[in-house]
Design a protein around this ligand. Structure first.
Ligand code: ZN
Length: 213
C-alpha cells in the first residue's frame, strides 16, 4: 500500500541505499540529471502544466556521493537511535496504534553531569574522555529510571545499560527513516538489505506498551 504522496528511496551510484526523501526533491534530482529513476510507482505520474513524468519510487545518484553519515545530535535523535526504548529497564512506551510515545522518554546522561570535570566525563567502557553531552554519553531512559538513577553512574545505581551508546551510523539513519514512513513500498524491497523492512516494522510494533509510571 502506498500513501497518497509516496516517498522515494535514494540509492548511491553503487546502488547502496542512502536515504528516504520527499518525492519533490527526487523529481528535482532526476530533472537536473543528478539522479536516474530506477523504479517508478506503476500508473502514477507527477504532472505539471508542461510535463508528466513517471513517479519515482527508487532513484540512484549518477555520481557516487560519499555518505555523510552525520546525524545532528539532539535529545530527540538520541531517543530515536535507541529505538524509543529505555536503555535501563527496556520499557517501550507506545501509543495504542504502535507509534512511539516520546513523552515518557527522556535523555539520560549515563555518566551524570554532576560527576563531570570541566564538562568532560570518563567512559569506562570505551576508556575515553568525552563531553558530558554527546552521543556516547547519552541514552534514552524512561522517566522512572531517570529519576531512580539520579546523579549516579550505572554501576553506582546498579542499573546496567542494555547497550553502550554510540554515534549513529548511516544505517541507523536509514532504519529510522524507514520506520517513519511505516510500511516499506514493494518497489523498494529489492534495494534494501534483507530484513530491513521487518526492522522498520519492529520499530512501530504495537502490543508492547509498557507502563512506565
Ligand atoms: Zn526505564
Amino acid at each position: 500500500m502506498i500513501s497518497r504522496t509516496p516517498h522515494v528511496l535514494q540509492l548511491n551510484a553503487d546502488y547502496t541505499p542512502m536515504k528516504v526523501m520527499r518525492w519533490e526533491r527526487a523529481v528535482e534530482l532526476v530533472l537536473d540529471e543528478k539522479a536516474v529513476t530506477v523504479v517508478s510507482y506503476p500508473g502514477r505520474f507527477v504532472r505539471s502544466t508542461s510535463l508528466a513524468v513517471p513517479w519515482p519510487a527508487v532513484i540512484a545518484l549518477r555520481r557516487y556521493a560519499k555518505a555523510r553519515g552525520r546525524v545532528r545530535f539532539s535529545s530527540r535523535n538520541v531517543i530515536a537511535r535507541d529505538h524509543f526504548t529505555c536503555q535501563y529497564c527496556g520499557a517501550r512506551p507506545r501509543f495504542p496504534d504502535g507509534r512511539p510515545d516520546r513523552a515518557d522518554l527522556t535523555t539520560d546522561h549515563v555518566i551524570p553531569r554532576a560527576q563531570a570535570r570541566d564538562g568532560v566525563v570518563y567512559l569506562p567502557w570505551s576508556k575515553r574522555w568525552v563531553n558530558v553531552t554527546c552521543w556516547e554519553n547519552c541514552a534514552a531512559a524512561c522517566r522512572w529510571c531517570n529519576t531512580r538513577k539520579a546523579d549516579h553512574t550505572p554501576a553506582q545505581a546498579n542499573m546496567p545499560l542494555r547497550q553502550y551508546p554510540r554515534v549513529p551510523t548511516q544505517f541507523d539513519v536509514l532504519r529510522l527513516a524507514l520506520a517513519r514512513v511505516g510500511s516499506v513500498p514493494e518497489e523498494w524491497r529489492d534495494y534494501l538489505p534483507e530484513g530491513w523492512d521487518l526492522l522498520a516494522e519492529a520499530e512501530r510494533e504495537p502490543g508492547q506498551i509498557l507502563s512506565v509510571s
